[in-house]
Design a binder for this molecule. Sequence first.
Ligand code: KIV
Ligand code: ZN
Length: 502
Amino acid sequence: MRIIKIFDTTLRDGEQSPGASMNVAEKLQVAKQLARLGVDIIEAGFAIASPGDFEAIKTIGNEVEGPVICSLARAKEEDIKRAWEAIKEAPRKRIHTFHSTSDIHLKHQFRVSREEALKRSVEMVRLAKSFVDDVEFSPMDATRTDVVYLCEVVEAVIEAGALTVNIPDTVGYSIPSEFGAMIKTIRERVKNIDKAVIAVHCHNDLGLATSNSLSAVLNGAGQIECTINGIGERAGNCSMEEVVMALRTRRDIFNADTNIKTEEIMRSSRLVTKITGMYVQPNKAIVGANAFAHESGIHQDGLLKEKSTYEIIRPETIGLHKTKFVLGKHSGRHAFRTRLNELGYTLNDNELNSAFERFKRLADLKKEIYDEDLEFLITEEFTTVPETYSLVDLNISSGMNQKPTAVIKLKVNEELIEKTEHGDGPVDAVFKAIAFITNTKSNLLKYEVKAITGGTDALGEVVVSLEEDSNSVSGHGNDTDIIIASAKAYINALNKLSARKK
Ligand code: KIV
Ligand code: ZN
């Protein structure tokens, strides 16, 4: 059985989704979960893109054990040097460099000839190779590149030392038969192809990213580049959970598998949702809320008799257990720590104390604490930002014959400021008061409310996305009161913007 490497680019291409940007602490959390999930390579960012990206790659390289840590770099000297600086302390490291090869890109965007593009690609692979042995090269927009020229580039970069050649379907243009044929042609025409792994990197513009990646596997690809929940540029990237579960479920066809611990899939999906604020559609394959829900009477009847009648994957395989009551207000610190360990979280003493306090506050409000509540509580613990603004008090009056009114008190750099505002609804009134106190110039891009677990006492999760000076951030707030959760989410987003500015 071949093992297909999983190259996760949630922290790089995934982060390129509008509104999905993550700070260093958030990226570190995701990277730790990716390591638990068993991905082979983590593309932790694009070192030269921003100081935050650089910092995140470096931190992940120092703190996350297991996977190879990779930085993206354009085929430019300064990019490659910066990528090296970011990864050099990681025990296992890779530089991933790329240059466009399609005539469309070369002519209209880069204004260089095919010969120049090839020369530069080779030189930059050599430069990367002078820093680190593990070098990957991507001919960007490969699927719209003349295949004879593409093979020339692939051969030349392998000759220069690239150990992985990645064939990106950058604009999600290819279809499975065509993409598979392209991989086959590369295998047949490139003389030194046995010295490198063929990777594929598919975008989902036509909804074919998973199918294209699988077709490439059937034709000899040995690495798939993908993201959790399929997030990424435009319509997203190949979805990790789909491609991994397709390989696992149809091993009879692919004769291939991955190193992924599939029981960690659901937790990874929830964490990325929580951190990016990008919810998955209910009917999304594998991780959607309805992916294992059976509504039809005929299906339910079959399932009750024998699961395999309508279930091709057991929910437990992806870590989806029936939510069960775990803890309550009488649970002690030991039970709390034990359950967190079972869920895969190891906290140091300070983190545990602070998380336990939050847990106790929540348990006062909510009788039964489910695993999902705990996961949200913990991710909040790990994703705190420096607080320029904090919520001190909030009062609301609202009703059928009354203008919604909010009285908000915030602490702004040690000063207490109070403001009363009216609005179209209580959330509107709260946001107006907060906007006034913080004097924010940001635009609201998204406001979303979701119940984390069932019941009217459920913890409500609010996501607020804001944009200011082309910086976009997502803030989160959890509370059993959704107006308070909304205020917390808005303030969290404002704190992130403020941290970015600083
Ligand atoms: O889609 C793409 O071509 C990329 C490259 C940088 C690999 O993301
Ligand atoms: Zn991409």
